[in-house]
Design a protein around this ligand. Structure first.
Ligand code: ZN
Ligand code: ZN
Length: 105
């Protein structure tokens, strides 16, 4: 909910634009819509990170049990999302078959 900075009236969005009876006008594309695009971009960014790190041979190794091939050696890395509220996510990749998944801890 938004209120007019000029007269304090409650503002109703219409066709992506907020209009007030006093003449105040504000486009919604700046803040509200950008938030949604950011969220989508965040997801895609995670996928990109996985692809990028697949080429990194210097990743630390750990003992795993791959649910696809049963391999016991895996690489792991951490991805910190841009949101400071979220804890970093650990990813694990099977060294044998390349299967990649998010670690539960
Ligand atoms: Zn107004
Ligand atoms: Zn595997």
């Amino acid at each position: 909910m938004e209120f007019c900075p000029n007269c304090g009236s409650m503002l109703m969005p219409e066709d992506g634009v907020i209009k007030c009876s006093c003449g105040f006008e504000k486009s919604l594309s700046d803040d509200d819509l950008e938030e949604q695009y950011k969220f989508e971009g965040e997801k895609n960014k995670d996928l990109e990170v996985i692809v990028t790190d697949n080429n990194n041979v210097a990743l630390p190794t750990t003992r795993i049990t791959c649910y696809k091939c049963g391999g016991t050696k895996g690489y792991w890395w951490t991805v910190q999302t841009r949101s400071a509220d979220e804890a970093p996510t650990n990813f694990i990749r099977c060294a044998k078959c390349g299967n990649t998944w998010r670690s539960s801890n």
